[in-house]
Unconditional design. Structure first.
Length: 506
């Protein structure tokens, strides 16, 4: 992405107001026969992607077919993609735009940081909790600004745009990108032109995630974006409210995955204009900050209608500034943010667990779990660090392993918080079943990866590995360490139980 405007397009002084005429680039378009071919492929794509999503191994089965169709579409559309621009050359114009719109950037500079892309560095020594940036709402691309834009009419007619704010934001971004005199042009021009999200990976590359639950999540994301693309391609062709949109005749898959990836990797929750409901927005400059462990240091000043960014910690002039994106696992960072963070304090591995409907105690167990706001079938988590098992997983496993007598005795209690506490086991027998089950599950999951942690670590030491392969190796290593940690935790617990019951002498 990062297309050059064929016209100069002066910088505007404010976001568009509804009904305002838009100047658009004259976009390159496909020949009639190429368009026909794309339309046919899009129909096939929509058909496959609209089948109820298969689960388990089947979910992987139709992915090559979906990917193949998308690649055919991309090949035909490649003639209308233009080469990316150099982001760095466009930073001065971006900063000028920020200054013109009242942003004080004196505390920060945009700089390149190997392994992070670009980021923010401090220009002076700062103290934890110092205010670093104040970005007014009028500079943000938001669901509200989308409604006020040329896309507004289509939003009011289309259900998907009404219920999926991130999709609305992606379409808004893409449209503004094609508008030569967009108010946001200096910001749009400095956005990355490519990403490391799963939308940019081939089925062969994704094979490096074999055994990892992140493989299925990556494919689910690809499938859902392919379906959205096909849906919007047809909507843009057919809907009268799309007639004026600058993407009507040149809406490519590459454009859509770029817009979706931009939104996924940079969006933030902000209060809506009414000050009540939260909405999604892209916040210029603020979104140049990379992630590290820490705490949330952003706020929104409702009175002055601007977002505020505070320093996470003391920094010396020239240090990189970081922001905490949230307690996400590396699998989530990989799928939604296009990076993996080896030092992630919040890394965790999802574990799909369910009580069998064939269990004669299924109903009673489900009811008991519901009292703890837990479900009889869902993803639970194993965490990195010394305590991989949290209260929710522990309670699920204790209920899952209950025999009828233990279940009936538990039902008589007023509250069941004890089920979530490590040091309040129900019985020796129940606890033994819990740890045996988890030990076996962790061992099985470890076996499903084709390589060991040591082999991954050796591979990761190789120089010149593609960034995406490095990411997948780091992800696999983190997941396997969690499973190893789980295995040693379960054997510790079993040992402790035996000690306590006097089966072994301490
Ligand atoms: C909000 S943007 C931050 C600015 C971005 N680095 C840029 O060049 O525009 C988020 C993106 O930055 C990168 N990133 C953020 N934190 C990172 C980290 N801890 N390690 C590696 N990449 C990171 C990822 O590419 C992510 O998708």
């Amino acid at each position: 992405m990062g297309r050059k405007s064929k016209r100069g397009g002066g910088v505007k002084t404010g976001p568009p107001v509804k009904g305002e005429e838009k100047e658009t680039d004259v976009p390159p378009t496909l020949s009639k026969s190429a368009k026909r071919e794309v339309t046919e492929l899009v129909t096939q794509l929509l058909e496959i992607c609209s089948k109820p999503p298969a689960s388990g191994a089947k979910e992987l089965e139709d992915y090559p077919e979906i990917h193949g169709l998308v690649e055919k579409i991309r090949k035909i559309q490649s003639s209308v993609n233009s080469p990316p621009q150099n982001r760095e050359e466009l930073f001065p114009a971006f900063l000028e735009w920020l200054h013109k719109n009242g942003v004080d950037t004196s505390a920060v500079e945009i700089a390149s940081f190997p392994g992070f892309g670009y980021g923010l560095k401090t220009t002076k020594d700062i103290k934890e909790a110092d205010l670093l940036l104040k970005i007014p709402r009028k500079l943000m691309l938001t669901v509200d600004s989308a409604k006020m834009s040329v896309l507004g009419e289509l939003i009011s007619e289309d259900k998907i745009l009404q219920v999926m704010p991130n999709v609305t934001l992606a379409m808004h971004l893409l449209i503004e990108f094609k508008v030569a005199d967009s108010f946001w042009k200096p910001y749009l021009a400095i956005l990355p032109h490519t990403y490391n999200t799963p939308l940019y990976l081939t089925p062969e590359e994704l094979q490096h995630l074999k055994g990892s639950p992140t493989l299925g999540n990556s494919i689910t994301q690809y499938r859902s974006i392919a379906r959205q693309y096909a849906y919007f391609y047809r909507l843009l062709q057919k809907h009268p409210a799309a007639a004026k949109l600058p993407i009507k005749d040149n809406f490519t898959f590459d454009d859509y995955r770029w817009a979706v990836s931009t939104v996924m990797t940079r969006q933030n929750l902000i209060p809506g204009k009414d000050g009540e409901k939260q909405t999604f927005g892209l916040i210029p400059l603020w979104d140049m900050c990379n992630h590290s462990n820490g705490i949330y240091t952003s706020d929104f000043d409702i009175e002055n209608d601007c977002s505020l960014c505070y320093a996470q910690q003391d920094c010396s002039a020239g240090d990189q500034l970081f922001m905490f994106y949230g307690p996400r696992s590396n699998g989530e960072f990989f799928v939604h943010n296009g990076f993996v963070y080896a030092e992630n304090d919040h890394d965790r591995l999802s574990l799909k667990l369910g009580i069998s409907k064939g269990d004669p105690l299924f109903e009673a167990k489900s009811e008991l779990l519901a009292k703890l706001n837990l479900s009889a079938s869902r993803s639970y988590f194993l965490h990195c660090g010394d305590y991989p098992v949290d209260g929710e997983l522990l309670a699920f496993l204790r209920v899952f392993c209950m025999d009828e007598d233990t279940l009936r005795a538990e039902e008589k209690k007023e509250n069941h918080e004890n089920l979530m506490e490590l040091e309040t086991p129900l019985s020796q027998d129940n606890e033994e079943k819990v740890w045996n089950f988890l030990e076996t599950r962790a061992a099985l999951l470890l076996k499903s990866y084709p390589s060991t942690v040591q082999e991954d670590e050796i591979q990761l030491m190789q120089t010149d590995l593609p960034t995406t392969l490095q990411m997948m190796l780091k992800l696999r290593i983190g997941e396997k360490r969690i499973l190893q940690q789980t295995a040693s935790f379960t054997s510790q617990r079993k040992h402790m139980m035996k000690e306590r019951s006097g089966q072994i002498n301490s």
